[in-house]
Design a protein around this ligand. Structure first.
Ligand code: DDQ
Ligand code: CA
Length: 278
């Protein structure tokens, strides 16, 4: 049944890959039963928390009971921040220079590393004090930085293409890359925010409501979860004002084995538990 569920999960992508933002907004949860499979409803919503609606979320991490978030946009809106999980209150924050558009972030030991979109520059920050540490230069295939996470050894980076790039954290240089493909061999492009969960890379895709579970050895998408139920709910309440307000933000809390999910300019953070295919 696992294989069937996965096939259902990826066929939605076939229909939806060309979607515009407005079509995406009107997507309904009936996807849940498409193909008679539960590929789109295999999660439990455990809690909803407030989220800063002005945060153009680009990266989300969980560490020691707190959420850490990076935000984007030019003109001083790009930040790296520490957030109280339940109240959504910003506890600590640092701004990037006005000329930078912030992208994903990752935590290794006592440092935060954050990317910029098109400047090919990233920053390291002290996890406790948020003092700037070193600045690093990076390159990718598109020349852009989008998402970043870690498997504990390598940093794993997305750049808006269908590739995941593995970097040596000591040098921020690529050691290998893998092309991400759906079961039918089609490349999964526009990979954005990332999170490693129990050996798999979870990715969301720009302007798509799904999370994709990727085998980092082969690049194969082995499962997909749909979260369009979360997004239109906020929309119906007229809480989303921008067409850019798409799902983007995945953090894993290993102690509770739950994911925190949010989106750019979303008013809420969701705590969900994934139910594996039976
Ligand atoms: N990226 O994060 C997908 C890499 C880039 C997003 C760029 C979106 C710019 C839109 C600015 C208008 C927002 C209200
Ligand atoms: Ca993440």
């Amino acid at each position: 049944a696992a294989a069937t569920a996965t096939a259902a999960g990826t066929s939605a992508r076939q229909d939806g890959s060309q979607e515009t933002a407005s079509r995406n907004l009107s997507r309904r949860p009936e996807l849940k039963t498409r193909g008679g499979q539960l590929a789109f409803a295999r999660f439990s919503l455990l809690a909803e928390y407030p989220h800063d609606q002005h945060a153009f979320t680009q990266g989300l991490c969980y560490n020691g009971g707190f959420l850490y978030e990076s935000t984007g946009l030019y003109g001083g809106k790009s930040t790296v921040r520490k957030v109280d999980t339940e109240t959504g209150k910003v506890l600590q924050s640092v701004k990037l220079d006005d000329k930078y558009f912030g992208e994903g972030m990752v935590i290794t030991d006592d440092k935060i590393h954050s990317l910029t979109w098109r400047s090919k520059v990233g920053f390291s920050w002290d996890l406790e004090t948020f003092e700037p540490q070193e600045q690093f230069h990076f390159n990718t295939m598109t020349g852009q930085g989008w998402g970043i996470t870690t498997d504990g050894e390598s940093l794993i980076v997305s750049d808006g293409s269908e590739f995941l790039f593995f970097w040596d954290p000591a040098t921020m240089k690529e050691t290998r890359r893998v092309e991400v493909k759906l079961k039918d061999g089609r490349p999964l492009k526009k990979l954005n925010e990332l999170e490693v969960v129990k050996g798999y890379v979870f990715a969301n895709v720009w302007f798509d409501d799904n999370l994709y579970k990727i085998d980092p050895a082969t690049g194969e998408v082995v499962d997909a979860y749909n979260f369009s139920e979360l997004y239109p709910k906020a929309l119906q309440k007229k809480e989303l004002t921008s067409r850019e307000a798409v799902l983007n933000g995945i953090a894993w809390d290993p102690e509770e084995d739950v994911l925190y999910l949010t989106g750019k300019l979303w008013p809420r953070m969701y705590k969900v538990k994934l139910n594996d295919a039976k």
